[in-house]
Design a protein around this ligand. Structure first.
Ligand SMILES: [Fe+2]
Length: 230
């Protein structure tokens, strides 16, 4: 059976200093204060925010006329499916090297997970109500801890019929998916998160900033990860 997520019994003091610092930095980022966090995929982030703001001029400048038209069509299809909701945009950040090393050491010393498997990531989500069904491009699984935010539902899907996925966009055929499981993430509850399966994120309103610390695994899927947390 496919495991979509697994809540773990990890003590509150695990990476507590690192969690606190990441949360502080992330809140500073939101307020426009400079921090050691480094935004990944700047281009991708600009495109994402521009789609939300309906700023097709900026998108066309980055990806060109043809690609921007495709993106526009895809977005229109998504609006049609889910209604006029505010898209959730998640920005991903690298933590400074010293902190990467601290986290990798804790992961190895506490759970025996090889250091080079563990890549920390901070994710900031400022507003938005819906992140449409998608799955991970490279990562298969991560250890995930919500630092701030509430009442958000993550849903995972199973395919009822096979369908083709256009590589570049990873947008599913929603008519061939059904919800398989769902979970409301809680602050400070570590869990294993399966990124390989289709999943979506839902919020009741377009409120507040949501921040999480993740440790993405380089090669392991969720089943392999679970072995380390028995
Ligand atoms: Fe995701």
């Amino acid at each position: 059976m496919t495991v979509h997520f697994k809540n773990l019994d990890i003590p509150l003091n695990f990476l507590s200093v690192e969690k606190e610092m990441c949360l502080q930095w992330a809140n500073n980022v939101v307020q426009g204060i400079t921090t050691p966090l480094k935004l990944r995929n700047r281009k991708h982030s600009i495109i994402n925010h521009s789609i939300t703001n309906n700023d097709w001029e900026t998108i066309e400048k980055i990806v060109g006329h043809r690609q921007s038209r495709v993106l526009r069509q895809r977005s229109a299809l998504m609006w049609r499916e889910f209604g006029l909701v505010n898209r959730i945009v998640i920005d991903q950040y690298d933590v400074p090297e010293e902190m990467v090393e601290l986290i990798q050491s804790s992961m190895f010393n506490t759970y025996g997970i090889p250091k080079d498997e563990c890549m920390p990531i901070v994710q900031i989500q400022n507003g938005g109500e819906l992140l449409h069904p998608h799955h991970g491009h490279a990562r298969k699984s991560s250890l995930f801890c919500l630092l701030q935010g509430e009442d958000e539902v993550t849903k995972w899907y199973r395919e009822t019929k096979p369908f083709k996925v256009v590589d570049e966009f990873h947008i599913p055929d929603i008519s061939k998916l059904e919800v398989a499981s769902e979970n409301v993430l809680e602050v400070n509850q570590w869990l294993l998160f399966n990124h390989q399966e289709w999943h979506s994120v839902h919020r009741k309103g377009d409120v507040g900033v949501r921040i999480n610390l993740g440790i993405d695994f380089k090669t392991m899927n969720i089943n392999e990860c679970m072995e380390y947390f028995k």
